[in-house]
Design a protein around this ligand. Structure first.
Ligand SMILES: [Zn+2]
Length: 72
């Protein structure tokens, strides 16, 4: 089962969940109980020093505020 990284926008914590791919886009709840989380792309783990600095942008056209499931 693939694992997905999430980050909580309420407390800033990051956590990992194992879930079926069919549920990869489902909203996740922070271990602290906060529902306001965003899914991270684990493949883009670039922790470099100087250089680059490309802004994170979601691939494909999103629907604005519903990317993190904030609208319920
Ligand atoms: Zn939280």
């Amino acid at each position: 089962m693939p694992r997905y990284d999430f980050r909580c926008r309420s407390c800033g914590d990051t956590f990992e969940l194992s879930r079926p791919m069919a549920q990869s886009n489902d909203p996740a709840v922070c271990p602290q109980g906060h529902p306001d989380t965003v899914k991270l792309l684990s493949a883009v783990a670039v922790t470099g020093g100087a250089g680059g600095g490309a802004p994170q942008q979601p691939a494909g056209g999103g629907g604005g505020c519903c990317g993190g499931g904030c609208c319920g």
